[in-house]
Design a protein around this ligand. Structure first.
Ligand code: HEM
Length: 157
């Protein structure tokens, strides 16, 4: 449910963060750390620079910006398929979250109030990525439904 300030709906996380340029900065800051990390770098052995942009586009949609990941990049099902076969372990997920938390702090130093809603999304999303990653490449995941939307109060229906 949307909380109202007076008569004005609270802006989306996408708008509060600063839109695509800000999400690109976050994605950049995060992957710079990932590729320098001895635990995670091998998991991202097939990393391509497009990955940085695709993650920014995905996050934009999740945080109620443009739905471009759905219209141009294969949507929710494609996102899940990208994680098949990766065999993500607890320690990978934990490190992923640590590096993202540092990237969020660096990218949004003036918005400490946004740290908790962002990290609660990443906590939720990494658990799904880890679960899916145990299935082999090519697994039929069925229809996962639309791209999830995340706001200050968590998962939105
Ligand atoms: C909220 C959590 C996550 C989000 C939003 C996310 C987002 C994405 C996206 C959008 C892609 C597709 C990139 C493309 O099309 O080029 C992707 C691929 C991938 N993700 Fe994630 N991911 C999450 C969690 C994780 C975790 C926990 C790991 C491992 C520790 C991981 C490892 C990977 C790898 C290895 C790929 C393929 C990279 C490549 O070959 O370029 N992801 N992820």
């Amino acid at each position: 449910m949307r909380r109202l300030i007076g008569m004005t709906p609270e802006p989306s996380l996408y708008d509060s963060l600063g839109g695509m340029p800000a999400l690109r900065r976050l994605s950049d800051a995060f992957y710079e750390r990932v590729l320098a990390d001895e635990l995670l770098a091998p998991v991202f052995a097939n990393f391509s620079p497009r990955h940085v942009e695709h993650v920014a586009v995905w996050l934009a949609e999740v945080f109620s910006g443009p739905a471009e990941f759905t219209t141009s990049l294969g949507g929710h099902q494609s996102l899940l398929h990208s994680h098949l076969g990766l065999g993500i372990r607890d320690e990978h997920r934990q490190r992923w979250l640590e590096l993202m938390s540092a990237a969020v702090d660096d990218t949004f130093p003036d918005s400490p109030d946004l740290h908790a809603p962002l990290m609660s999304y990443f906590d939720w999303g990494t658990a799904i990525a880890q679960q899916v990653s145990q299935d082999p490449v090519g697994t039929d995941l069925g229809d996962p439904g639309p791209t999830p939307r995340w706001g200050r109060e968590g998962l939105q229906t």
